[in-house]
Design a protein around this ligand. Structure first.
Ligand code: GAL
Length: 448
C-alpha cells in the first residue's frame, strides 16, 4: 500500500469518526431538549410530604387525626406521611440529617424545640418563619418559655404542636389499691423504693417497667433522677457548668439509678418505651417513668384515668415541669412550600392543637385551648403547667443541651444500666460536658 493511499484512508476514517461524534451530540442534545421540555410542562404532584416518628398506638392515632383535619381543609392536596419507627426519634433523627444535607428535605419534619434545631439552623437548612409567627399571632398565644425555645439568633424557625411533660410516674392503680400503696407516699425516692420493696415481697418481682432498645428510654429515667437532685443542679447540668465527678448530687443520682435498676425488668434492653407502658397496662408491673405520651397508650388500651391508672410527678420533682415540645419547621428547598406553610398554620392553630393533643397525651402549647376537649390527666397537667415553680427543658428529648452531650448521655445511660459503675458514669458525664463545651451557646435560667 502506498503512503498516499493509507493517509487518504486515515483521513476518511477520521472524518467518519468526526461525523459520528457530531451526529451523536446532536441526537443527545435533541433528546435532552425533548425531556427538558417534557419536565418543564409536566405538572408537579400536589403533595405534602411530612416525616415523624409517631408510630405507637397513641402516637399514630394523634397524628392521623391532625392529618385528617388538613385533608378536610385542603382536599386537593395528597398527604404523604413517612413515619420512621423509633421512640424519641432515635432512628429518624439520623435519617433526617442525611436527607436534609443531601438536599432532599421533605416539606416538614418532626423536631424538638431547643438545641435539636441548632445544627439545621447553623447549616442554613431552615427558613426563618417570623412572618408566619406574626401573621398567625403566635407570640400572643405561646408562653414565654416556648417562644424562647423556638427562637434562635432572634428568629423563629419552628412552630410547636404541643408540650409534653417528661417527669411523670405512671402507675397501675389497681395494683396499688390491691397492695395498699398510697400514691402520696411515692413523692420521694425512699417512699417509692419502699413501695417497690413491698410489691417485690408480694411476688411482683419487677415492679418497674422500662424499655431500652433505643438507649434514650434509660436516659429518660436518669434525667428525671437528675431533676430530683434540685433545679440548681439540673440548671448547671444543662448549662454545661458541672465540673466535679464527685459532686454529691451527681453521685447520689447514679446511686438512686442503681437501686432503681434492681426493680426493672431484666429484658429492658430489648423493649420499646410503649412495650414498657404495656406492662403497666397489663398489670405485669406497677410503675413506669415516661413522658406523658404514655397517656396516649392508656387511651388506646381503653383504660380510665383514676380507675385503671394514675400519674404523678416522678419522685422528688413536684412543682417542676420538664418540657418536651414537638415542632415542625420549613426546610429550605421544600418541594411544596405552599402546602408546607398550610401545614405549619394548622399545627400552630387552636383547632390543630386541640385535635392532636387530647389524643397524644400532651397539653397544647397554646394558652387558649378548649380545655373541655381534654381528659382528666391533661386537665391536671394544664393546671400544673400554669402553677409550675420551675420549667426545665429535657436533654433526652432534644431541648436542654447540645446534641453532642445528649447523644453521649444515651450511651452513658445504657452502659450504666448494665455495669452499674457509679464512679465511671459520673466521670463520663463530666467528660461529655467537656467534650461538648463549645456547643453550649445558650444559658438557661430556670423559672416558672
Ligand atoms: C418524644 C416526642 C413525643 C413522643 C416520644 C416517644 O421525643 O417528643 O412526641 O413521640 O418521643 O416517641
Amino acid at each position: 500500500m502506498s503512503e498516499k493511499t493509507s493517509s487518504k484512508k486515515g483521513l476518511s476514517a477520521t472524518l467518519l469518526l468526526a461525523i459520528a461524534i457530531i451526529a451523536t451530540a446532536v441526537v443527545v442534545g435533541l433528546v435532552a431538549y425533548y425531556y427538558g421540555q417534557q419536565a418543564a410542562t409536566k405538572p408537579k404532584a400536589n403533595l405534602l410530604v411530612i416525616y415523624h416518628w409517631w408510630t405507637s398506638g397513641g402516637e399514630k392515632a394523634a397524628i392521623d387525626a391532625l392529618v385528617k383535619v388538613y385533608q378536610q381543609k385542603y382536599p386537593d392536596v395528597g398527604v404523604v406521611q413517612s413515619p420512621v419507627a423509633g421512640g424519641a426519634g432515635y432512628v429518624m433523627k439520623a435519617v433526617m440529617k442525611s436527607m436534609v444535607a443531601a438536599g432532599e428535605a421533605p416539606d416538614a419534619f418532626q423536631m424538638h424545640l431547643g438545641y435539636e434545631m441548632k445544627p439545621y439552623i447553623d447549616a442554613g437548612f431552615l427558613e426563618p418563619i417570623d412572618d408566619l409567627w406574626r401573621s398567625e399571632g403566635w407570640e400572643q398565644v405561646f408562653p414565654p418559655v416556648i417562644r424562647d425555645m423556638a427562637n434562635w439568633n432572634g428568629h423563629y424557625y419552628a412552630v410547636p404542636v404541643n408540650i409534653h411533660r417528661a417527669n411523670v410516674l405512671w402507675y397501675n392503680k389497681k395494683i396499688l389499691d390491691l397492695y395498699g400503696i398510697d400514691p402520696s407516699t411515692l413523692k420521694t425516692w425512699d417512699g417509692f423504693f419502699a413501695a417497690c420493696e413491698k410489691l417485690k415481697a408480694a411476688g411482683i418481682t419487677y415492679p418497674i417497667a422500662m424499655g431500652g432498645i433505643g438507649k434514650w428510654e434509660i436516659a429518660h429515667a436518669i434525667e428525671q433522677i437528675f431533676l430530683s437532685q434540685g433545679v440548681d443542679f439540673y440548671q448547671d447540668l444543662i448549662n454545661g457548668k458541672l465540673t466535679d465527678p464527685n459532686d454529691p448530687r451527681l453521685v447520689n443520682a447514679f446511686t438512686i439509678m442503681k437501686r432503681y435498676m434492681s426493680y426493672v425488668n431484666p429484658d429492658y434492653a430489648s423493649l420499646t418505651w410503649d412495650q414498657a407502658v404495656a406492662k403497666v397496662i397489663r398489670g405485669e408491673a406497677a410503675f413506669t417513668i415516661m413522658g406523658d405520651w404514655a397517656n396516649g397508650e392508656f387511651y388506646v388500651a381503653g383504660k380510665v384515668f383514676g380507675v385503671d391508672y394514675g400519674a404523678m410527678p416522678s419522685p422528688g420533682t413536684e412543682g417542676i415541669y420538664m418540657i418536651v415540645s414537638d415542632a415542625f419547621e420549613l426546610p429550605k428547598g421544600a418541594m411544596h412550600p405552599d402546602n408546607a406553610i398550610k401545614w405549619l398554620k394548622l399545627v400552630g392553630s387552636r383547632e390543630g392543637q386541640d385535635t392532636f393533643n387530647p389524643i397524644k397525651g400532651s397539653i397544647p402549647a397554646r394558652i387558649d385551648a378548649d380545655i373541655s376537649k381534654y381528659g382528666p390527666y391533661q386537665r391536671q397537667a394544664i393546671q400544673d403547667f400554669k402553677n409550675a415553680r420551675y420549667m426545665a427543658p429535657s436533654i433526652v428529648h432534644g431541648s436542654g443541651a447540645p446534641e453532642k452531650f445528649a447523644s453521649a448521655f444515651n450511651d452513658i445511660a445504657s452502659k450504666f444500666a448494665s455495669d452499674k459503675d457509679i464512679a465511671a458514669a459520673c466521670k463520663a458525664i463530666i467528660d461529655a460536658i467537656n467534650t461538648a463545651k463549645s456547643d453550649y451557646t445558650k444559658t438557661w435560667h430556670l423559672t416558672g
